[in-house]
Every structure is written in C-alpha cells, then in structure tokens.
Design a protein. Structure first.
Ligand code: FES
Length: 137
C-alpha cells in the first residue's frame, strides 16, 4: 500500500504522476480520486499526460484517453486500468499490488474523502427559501 499523501496535497482538478509506482493520481473537480495505471491497454507502452490537450496520450500508436481513462482515440481497445484508492485518516493510499482491469469506465471507480475531512469542500450553506419581499434572482 503506497501512501500518496494527504487529501489536501491533491487539490480538485489535478493530475499527479507517481512515476516509480507507475500510476497517475487524478483528483476530479468534484473531489473524487482515481488512480490510473500508466500502461496502455493496447501494447503496454507508457502513456503520458498532455496538459495542453487534456488527455492521456500513448507515444507508440497514438491512443488517447480522457482523464477518467476512457478511450478517445483507438487503437487502445479499452480504458486505462486502475488501482484501488483508500482514504484513511486524511491520507490517500493506493494499493499498487494489484492492477484492476477495466473494460469500461464507471463513476463508482472514484473514491471520496469522508465529509468534513481536511481538504474536502465545506458543507454547503443552508438553503434559504425566497419569501415575500425578497428579490427573485
Ligand atoms: S501501445 Fe499504446 S497505442 Fe499502442
């Protein structure tokens, strides 16, 4: 189990490479974490993150992947594989012992810090209903 860092080390909307462990840790804008393998599911070249294009790209045969690993351009036959992410005591851990093969992407693959944990969004303010005499936006 690799301790990637604290939740707050990975702001929403970031992609952090862990080159030795051969994965990218993605934190989506909604706070969800996903650890993607760097290994292209076509013929196992190493993909890189192209920040300009906002895609993972494979230098060997041109496959491209969205930040959730789904295929944008073949010949890759399926999404990037992933690793299990755990969040315990405000620490983000990635289980690099076993790669989880994916044939499709799934929102359930994302892992979220418990509400109120450091680095998570504060609770939404209470909704105040509009009443008489208040402006209607
Ligand atoms: S190995 Fe990645 S596209 Fe062929």
């Amino acid at each position: 189990m690799l301790i990637a860092g604290l939740v707050s080390d990975f702001p929403p909307g970031t992609i952090t490479p862990f080159e030795q462990a051969r994965f990218f840790l993605i934190r989506f804008a909604d706070g969800g974490f996903l650890a993607l393998s760097v290994v292209c599911p076509h013929l196992a070249c190493v993909v890189g993150w192209d920040a300009v294009r906002g895609r993972f790209t494979c230098p060997c045969h041109g496959s491209e992947f969205e930040r959730d690993g789904r295929v944008v351009n073949p010949p890759a036959p399926r999404p990037l594989d992933r690793y299990t992410v755990l969040i315990e005591n405000d620490r983000v851990k990635v289980d690099t012992r076993q790669v989880l093969r994916r044939t499709q992407t799934d929102a359930a693959d994302l892992v979220y810090a418990p509400p109120g944990a450091a680095g998570t969004a504060p609770e939404a303010p209470p909704v105040v209903p509009f009443g008489p005499g208040q402006p209607n936006p």
